[in-house]
Design a binder for this molecule. Sequence first.
Ligand SMILES: Cc1cc2nc3c(=O)[nH]c(=O)nc-3n(C[C@H](O)[C@H](O)[C@H](O)COP(=O)(O)O)c2cc1C
Length: 240
Amino acid sequence: MKVLLLNGSPHPNGCTFRALSEVEKTLQQEGIETEIFFIGHDPIRGCMGCGMCRKNKLGKCIFGEDAVNVVIKKMEECDGLIVGSPVHYAGASGGITSFLDRMFYSTGGFPYKPGAAVVSCRRAGSTAALEQLNKYFMMNNMPLVPSAYWNMVHGNSPEEVEQDLEGLMVMRTLGRNMAWLLKSIDAGKAHGILAPAAEPKTRTNFIRKCEPAKKEDEEKNFAPYFISYNKVNKEYQEEE
Ligand SMILES: Cc1cc2nc3c(=O)[nH]c(=O)nc-3n(C[C@H](O)[C@H](O)[C@H](O)COP(=O)(O)O)c2cc1C
């Protein structure tokens, strides 16, 4: 069993790496193979929505000049994915956002492979960034691995992260939970419990025309509110 840990920071050995290393160490102690992959400093283009990946069922992005397709290939051999990012302006880094947009859009994600995100920040914006990253898993049938508290470390340098004992405890717990889930899925498979068959996708775009509300309907729907509003307002004015 193997877990890929994506380092979406511009710093190969920064705070995000420190957090991911703690998860990695625990995974290894639990007998899980690991690889930390640094997304690098080269530009990562965003998804341009050309749809060629889906139209031609490529299973990868048509742009091959960066590491997106390399990681897609690696995921074939991996059973779980952990995405790490620093908090940039209360969101995930621009690099990892572009990376994940193209990776998930072109593949449809990695269904039934557990995933988790971890973030590192100096001070704030971490819950927003974490929520942003968790959505890639939640929309793609990837079980979200929990921990004992928020998946985040605080600090502006790896040395400062070292002092965030709670953050590091959360990282170790995440590693143990990921290992437990992978082993549980494996044990389930051995007993014939396979991933559920996918239902054909239904897509509805929110483009329905709204008819303007009829006056009598409006009165019927809002009358109770007006009555109670007028009553409260009248009592208030009488008190005055
Ligand atoms: C462009 C940019 C924006 C940042 N925005 C925030 C922020 O909104 N909140 C915060 O707490 N830290 C912010 N930081 C600080 C980093 O999140 C923090 O130092 C992080 O731990 C660095 O991780 P790294 O060493 O893996 O890159 C920002 C840093 C950069 C470069």
